[in-house]
Design a protein around this ligand. Sequence first.
Ligand SMILES: [Zn+2]
Length: 97
Amino acid sequence: MKRWAATSAIILPGNYDKPKQPERVQPSVALEPEKKKAATMPKVIQDEFSALPISRQRKWQLRQVRDGNCKRCGRKRTSYPQLCDPCQLYESLYRFL
Ligand SMILES: [Zn+2]
């Protein structure tokens, strides 16, 4: 039982430290509506994928691959073309089950 828990802790990608999300600024009540919107909404991303007729998820994946990150979890890639090491290991182990 203990052995199984130890192996799963190594293999599963969800157990690794996830990359931190950028902190959102909490707008105060005194801000005007436009400034309030600018403080809460993230900036619109304009790049080569913006106009493509594909889903937001696929655009995110393409941007991650372009920036050298894993297309599944967003961590930095080291040795594989699209996935990080834990995700690639997960994929290799469970693809054919
Ligand atoms: Zn990954």
